[in-house]
Ligand binder design. Structure first.
Ligand SMILES: Nc1nc2c(ncn2[C@@H]2O[C@H](COP(=O)(O)OP(=O)(O)OP(=O)(O)O)[C@@H](O)[C@H]2O)c(=O)[nH]1
Ligand SMILES: [Mg+2]
Length: 260
């Protein structure tokens, strides 16, 4: 029996949420990966669903709206007064994806230079990095690469999912927004991030965005879990069918030619 309370009804994900822009998406498939769906139906998701928590870090310049973005999603609240985050803060969000419980730990980090060194000590172990910029402030988009570089110093770049999120969409005119969107999509393509534009004031795209993060993180976790259990099975077969001589013979074959 689970020790956790049931997942909120508005955190249930039954379909893969679609990307914001097909020009800058982590993938553009319409549905969850087939292997993942089957594994969920057959309850073969391993540690995912039991104790797996995905760490997500949210980085970006000061006052771009990182805290408001998290608060809009987690608390459905918006504060128009700016209160700088000191160091870090975090929120846990529980989802149910394809019938499997799944949690995201959302780390809200400080953008102010003087708190950055504290915040960066919490970057390690992230499965997803959300780089936030303000769509009305081109300089904050320009700094995205530096935030990414800092975040990736502490993480394995090959396994981290990246999101580039423009905030405060409510403050820009359609023409202004269109101009910055071009640059943002170009950058997202270069750094292999998925691009989103949101407003924490109105709530536009906020839930959709976090559902997408949760879904893609979940999908990647289940696939990794399946790969792990697949290779474990292969290993087991070798152990059962091999005697020690065979094992030796196999390992000898792998030795470089220089010693022969
Ligand atoms: N109009 C509008 N204002 C926003 C939006 N998001 C954030 N703000 C405002 O922008 C200011 C900064 O927001 P925060 O979320 O505190 O910024 P932050 O990125 O967490 O800042 P640090 O913690 O210093 O790194 C606040 O005054 C917010 O009310 C938005 O979507 N629309
Ligand atoms: Mg903050």
């Amino acid at each position: 029996m689970s020790v956790f309370p049931p997942v909120r009804r508005d955190r249930v994900i039954a379909q893969l949420p679609q990307c914001f822009s097909r020009d800058a998406a982590l993938h553009t498939k319409d549905e969850f990966n087939n292997k993942v769906r089957t594994a969920c139906q057959e309850q073969r998701t391993g540690t995912v669903g039991r104790f797996k928590i995905s760490k997500v870090i949210v980085v970006g310049d000061l006052a771009v709206g990182k805290t408001c973005l998290i608060n809009r999603f987690c608390k459905d609240a918006f504060d128009k007064n700016y209160k700088a985050t000191i160091g870090v803060d975090f929120e846990m969000e529980r989802f149910e994806v394809l019938g499997v419980p799944f949690s995201l730990q959302l780390w809200d980090t400080a953008g102010q230079e003087r708190f950055k060194c504290i915040a960066s000590t919490y970057y390690r172990g992230a499965q997803a990095v959300i780089i936030v910029f303000d769509v009305n402030d081109i300089a904050s988009l320009g700094h995205a690469r530096q935030w990414l570089e800092d975040a990736l110093k502490e993480n394995d770049p090959t396994s981290v999912q990246l999101f580039l999120v423009g905030t405060k969409k409510d403050l820009s005119s359609p023409a202004q927004y269109a101009r910055i969107e071009q640059d943002a999509i170009k950058l997202a393509q270069e750094i292999k991030a998925e691009y989103w534009a949101v407003s924490s004031l109105s709530g536009e795209n906020v839930k959709e965005f976090f559902f997408r993060v949760a879904s893609l993180a979940f999908e990647a976790n289940v696939l990794a879990e399946l790969e792990k259990s697949g290779s474990r099975q292969i290993g087991d077969v070798v152990r059962i069918n091999s005697n020690s001589n065979n094992v030796h013979a196999t390992s000898k074959k792998k030795q470089p030619n220089c010693c022969q």
